[in-house]
Design a binder for this molecule. Sequence first.
Ligand code: ADP
Ligand code: MG
Length: 487
Amino acid sequence: MFRFTLSRFLIRLTMAHTATPVDDKPPPPVPKEEPAPNGDKPEEEPDWADDEVKLDALDSGIDPEDSTANVEITRADPTEPYKSASTFEEIGLSEELLKGVYAMKFQKPSKIQAASLPLILPKADGTRSNLIAQGHNGSGKTACFVLGMLSHVDSSKTQTQAVCIVPTRELARQIVGVIEAIGKFTSATVRLVVKETDEERRIAREQMRNRTEKPPPAHVVVGTPGKLMDLVKRRALDISAASVVVLDEADEMVNTQGMGDQTLRIKRHLPPTVQTLLFSATYSDGVRELAKRMAPNANHIWVKRETLSLDKVSQYYFRVGNAAERYSVLQEIYETLTLGQTIIFVRTRNAAQTLTENLRADGNAVSVLYGGSMSPEERDRVIDEFRHGTTKVLVTTNVLSRGVDVRAITAVINYDLPMDPTGVEADPETYLHRIGRTGRFGTKGVAINLVHDEKSMRILTDLEKYYDKKIVEVTEVEDLERHIKML
Ligand code: ADP
Ligand code: MG
């Protein structure tokens, strides 16, 4: 009965114009940077394992000052020829994908793009390797795997060829948007696989009644694991011919404490030869082994933990005497928060509801988004309004801690500090993802942690130690406001 359910999401990405308008012409290639001192050869560092190759920031034409340029590459087969790219042309993308990249106004690849794309695209013998990639928040990981997936698509074949599994509906919708944009000049089709809204259910029922013809399967599907598995089980989605699977926020997607079991279940329906691409900003020691099991014999791109938190995101904390004072401070700085856009993170859905109600009762306009009881249409409306800047301050839980890319977010407030599920220890991965909602692709941002008791103080200190990064204390509300306004 679900055969037609998501047909509305089947989006045809057709050539927008038969004649390419001037605006869509790719800009002239960016002039090549001076070659790295040792030419094409990756620089060896004596204290690294033999098969680890460090690529100098200059190697990819990235600004050496850019802290996101700091990645390490370990190849499954170090004897394979490998060169990171300094321009998109060099990568060997199809003409259509190159046009898509330039339509996005990307001029040159970011470090993670320059480093990962040559490892994702086919080797000289036509085979492809698995990849486990770590890249800083906001450094452009999405384009890496979107280009990777689209490079697999043979649009003459009416079968699903690429599957992308992500933790939340908001992220799945965002990625579909990027695929549509980058794939604009290809004829690849994409389908969003998340819980349907009531309206979509109604349309699906109508199509069933009218026996509307079943649409062909989309070339690329993007969805949350539960819904993807649901469709696979109902035979409303056939992924048995897919040649690539992407896990974005991969540490969450492989973690047995997270969505690991669900991901594994989906993977069993994919061919054993499927190329597996894992992307995340964080891989705690505990999940690295799980990642390697999910993507065996993979090339690896790692980032050193101490370089993970972005310099562009200034981190502060403000200490208050108790929970009531914490609320007053938030209220006091509300006007400042609306100068840009702000995300306020709390720990639970209840806390999100209560804080929102209180702020509203005190005359502050805020929107709220959480998982569970909130309907899909409500979640879509809230995130879309926030994306468009109609709403300025969004109260949310960890459901939005990862992946969401809204450039105008200038401030992230940890009203509750991120803790592990037991509520005792700090959750450093979630912290990094939360504060990474600002400072996207080189923009500046501020992260403010509200500390209201001994436990939150201890957690803050643990976070500082974990990333070896000082979180600066601010003692006056005026100073707090000044830091936000300075952006
Ligand atoms: P990540 O997944 O690494 O956190 P995203 O893929 O969401 O980051 O990208 C962050 C932002 O950077 C997006 O708005 C994206 O459009 C932009 N971006 C990505 N690559 C480039 C590029 N090469 N040049 C300019 N902007 C880029
Ligand atoms: Mg991302």
